[in-house]
Write a protein that binds this ligand. Structure first.
Ligand code: FES
Length: 111
């Protein structure tokens, strides 16, 4: 069964102050998620695109982290001002925002 064309997961993980990996929550993930959901709804996309908060995506040092399925495009250092571009370019026009993409190297550094 196919319910959504795309699924957006945005990390909202929170860690205790001083944790070496930090966390997306402390970088403002809750506000980002709320704003992202609002903008997806305002664009009339919420029937085909689902935005969910997630636990840690293991890209903490690059947070705020998010991933878009089914294409598995990972983004890091996402900020409020990036939302419109991600929605317009990636979610609507299927053109990922390269400047925000995480690659294999970003994850290797964290292991
Ligand atoms: S805390 Fe957000 S990716 Fe780990």
């Amino acid at each position: 069964m196919k319910r959504f064309e795309k699924h957006v997961f945005i990390c909202n993980n929170s860690r205790p102050a001083g944790h070496p990996r930090g966390c997306c929550f402390d970088k403002g993930s809750k506000e980002l998620i709320d704003e992202f959901k609002k903008k997806v709804a305002a664009a009339g996309l919420n029937k085909i695109i689902r935005v969910n908060l997630s636990g840690c995506l293991d890209a903490c040092e690059k947070g705020i982290a998010m991933v878009v399925y089914p294409e598995q495009v990972w983004y890091g250092n996402v900020k409020l001002e990036d939302i419109d571009e991600i929605i317009q370019s990636h979610l609507i026009n299927d053109k990922p925002v390269e400047r925000l993409e995480l690659n294999e190297q970003d994850f290797k550094n964290e292991k």
